[in-house]
Design a protein around this ligand. Structure first.
Ligand SMILES: O=C(O)CCC(=O)C(=O)O
Ligand SMILES: [Fe+2]
Length: 347
């Protein structure tokens, strides 16, 4: 394990670059932070973050509540806001989701019912089973929730710039995700410039596959896959080994395992490397757990998939709150009504 203390001498408030000793994949899978890769991190993930919070507060740039929120986010790697999203916004979004079959062909869903990988275009019969992707493209109600004024403000503080929503998953039920860090599956050019929100669109029942996480796990040394990156390649890398090692590392460090029994309108934020999962489900497979996960990066970087989808670089503004991009939809300057997905991931 790395765990080297960082010098405070070269502090800069803007994106920090950590020059750290280089280790190789042959030596360890767990690398010291940034492993000589000069990875940028969010300022909230730097060792001087708490000092900066004090500075922002003294300068009058943040409120007492924001000071508390940022401090918690920095120290724990996550933050919960109870009842933060107004019920009418949640209800409108939930109603749109429950009636998405009235717009066949306009949504992209999982294929879990058929037990298949990949994605498919949504059909014309009601469906409460599959997950839906990037709803912020076609649903104003989704944008109003995932780029809610309060969320946009908090992420703007964390990012030092406006947030860009780059990938969204609407869960109608738990997908049973196993232990992971989002940096392994939600790749950004600067892997650590990533944060996410999980928003409850209904009260969560214990046993429905509730979101669970390891407190303070965002500061584990980097886990590097075979190619030396933080991105898992399911064809090359051993996912079971990754899961086992990540879980073991959290337990070894005695990190508290928490389950989030959310209520409608609650928001959970997490920073790039927080270790989380869907807690094993004990209720039936189709138990509803209506919740929306949105991943965001600062406007100063781009998703890794930009490299492979040059026709998907359009960034749509959402008022003054932020913007969104989508790997799955052909966004363009003028969107009239709903657009149909055209995704490379369709099976
Ligand atoms: O909602 C869950 O249970 C986990 C979701 C998740 O890990 C994700 O979307 O990144
Ligand atoms: Fe995740």
């Amino acid at each position: 394990m790395g765990g080297q203390r960082l010098s405070l001498g070269l502090e800069k408030w803007r994106p920090a670059i950590y020059p750290l000793p280089v280790t190789t994949r042959e030596q360890v899978m767990w690398a010291a932070p940034a492993n000589g890769l000069n990875m940028k991190t969010l300022w909230t993930d730097t060792p001087y973050a708490i000092q900066r919070v004090a500075g922002l507060y003294e300068a009058g740039d943040i409120t007492p509540d924001e000071r508390e929120d940022l401090t918690h986010f920095i120290e724990h790697g996550w933050l919960i806001w109870r009842g933060a999203i107004e019920p009418h916004l949640i209800d409108r979004f939930a109603a749109d989701i429950r009636s998405h079959h009235t717009h066949p062909g306009k949504f992209l869903t999982t294929r879990h019912r058929d037990g298949k990988p990949g994605l498919k275009i949504s059909g014309g019969t009601p469906d409460r089973f599959e997950s839906l992707f990037d709803l912020y493209v076609n649903l104003a109600s989704a944008r109003d929730v995932c780029l809610h004024q309060r969320i946009a403000r908090f992420l703007t503080l964390v990012f030092d710039t406006k947030p860009v929503a780059c990938q969204q998953l609407l869960f109608q039920r738990s997908n049973g995700h196993r232990v992971h860090q989002d940096t392994s599956v939600v790749a950004i050019e600067d892997p650590m410039l990533l944060a996410a929100s999980w928003i409850a669109l209904e009260d969560v029942r214990e046993g429905s596959g509730e979101l669970a996480f390891y407190d303070r796990s965002h500061r584990l040394p980097h886990y590097l896959f075979k190619d030396g990156s933080k991105r898992i390649n399911f064809a090359e890398d051993d996912n079971d080994l990754y899961i086992a090692e990540l879980d073991a590392a959290c337990r070894r460090e005695s990190m508290a395992y928490e389950r989030f029994i959310a209520r409608k309108g609650d928001v959970f934020f997490w920073t790039a490397d927080l270790v989380h999962r869907s807690h094993p489900r004990t209720l039936p497979d189709d138990t509803s757990r209506l919740s929306c996960v949105t991943h965001y990066h600062p406007a100063t970087t781009t998703p890794f998939w930009f490299r492979h989808h040059p026709n998907r670089h359009y960034r749509a503004d959402f008022a003054d709150r932020g913007s969104y991009v989508s790997a799955h939809y052909p966004l363009a300057a003028k969107q009239r009504g709903m657009i149909a997905p055209e995704s490379a991931f369709m099976g």
